[in-house]
Design a protein around this ligand. Structure first.
Ligand code: NDP
Length: 284
């Protein structure tokens, strides 16, 4: 039976360190890290994420401001708000909750966030830095995965790592972080031929596709480390992309859903916001 990777506990320990560093920063410079979270419309899942982000800020002693804008908000109005926040000294990180309503160009909004406040690390400058491996801000979900591996003493160096999914927010940056950690990385996607043949060679398997219980035990190597990023709302409740009950019997380590990668994502967002505030304080 696999060791269960406890994302809640790891997250709690990491947040404790962030809270301590926050107090040090405030004492040393008077700067309190500030995060602005913008949500447009009333998507219930987005509302949960925004609430969790606000609670996360309170937990580590940050200042936070929430902008809950109506569905009909124009792109122009949203860009104006971002421009104001870009020059607001109380705000060090700006996060726009995705997805946005269809009439708003998501990319235009993401790119409007000043790079020094791009705590989600989705802007061109942040993505470029991730590619090079010299980042200010970590891509939150993939960085959360790396933190979990570290916490459980799993070193990716020299291992075969397979990432299932190639999205800009999870799959691609995940592959980069594993590569920077010296894994040999394969990225797979919906057009990959014979996916199971590739996943079966993975020492570390990271799955981010959004399909409930898609990865079955026959697709996993005995003793593999299995990281399930998927979050699927099903009639039976929240579940991951991995058939946990079966794969758990074969893996050496596995993340549960919920309670695995999920809690780490917001923790890494808080970590990025602290970094942004530290950089701001140093330049003051
Ligand atoms: P996207 O929908 O943007 O990307 C899904 C990726 O999975 C695509 O690259 C797609 O391939 C690939 N894919 C789809 N079907 C298959 C298949 N049958 N075989 C192989 N690959 C496939 O999703 P995200 O990356 O944004 O999210 C993935 C999952 O992770 C979701 O469940 C999401 O809710 C969750 N998530 C969880 C987070 C957390 O904090 N825990 C944060 C972000 C996401 P192709 O490119 O060819 O279409």
């Amino acid at each position: 039976m696999a060791t269960i990777i406890d994302g809640k506990l790891t997250s709690k320990n990491t947040r404790q360190r962030i809270a301590e560093k926050t107090q040090e920063l405030i004492k040393r410079t008077g700067v309190k890290p500030g995060l602005a979270v913008i949500i447009v419309g009333e998507d219930p899942a987005s509302q949960v994420y925004v609430r969790n982000k606000k609670n996360g800020c309170a937990e580590v002693g940050f200042y936070s401001r929430e902008y809950a804008l109506p569905e009909a908000t124009t792109q122009e109005a949203l860009l104006r708000l971002i421009s104001e926040l870009n020059s607001d000294d109380a705000i060090h990180g700006i996060l726009v909750q995705l997805p946005l309503p269809e009439h708003i160009d998501e990319n235009a909004v993401i790119q409007a966030i000043a790079s020094e406040k791009d705590v989600d690390a989705f802007g061109y400058a942040s993505v470029g830095k991730i590619m090079i491996g010299k980042y200010d801000f970590l891509p939150c979900t993939p960085a959360g995965v790396m933190e979990l591996l570290r916490a459980y003493g799993i070193d990716p160096a020299g291992k075969n790592a397979v990432v299932v999914g190639r999205s800009n927010i999870v799959g691609k940056p995940q592959a980069m972080l594993l590569l920077h950690a010296n894994a040999t990385v394969t990225i797979t996607h919906s057009r990959t031929a014979d996916l199971a043949d590739i996943t079966r060679k993975a020492d570390i398997l990271v799955v981010a596709i959004g399909k409930p219980k898609f990865i079955t035990a026959d697709m996993v190597k005995e003793g593999a480390v299995v990281i399930d990023v998927g979050m699927n709302r099903t009639p039976e409740g929240l579940c991951g992309d991995v058939d946990f009950a079966e794969v758990e019997k074969k893996a050496s380590f596995i993340t549960p859903v919920p309670g695995g990668v999920g809690p780490m994502t917001i923790t890494m967002l808080l970590s990025n916001t602290l970094t942004a505030a530290e950089t701001f304080a140093d330049k003051k």
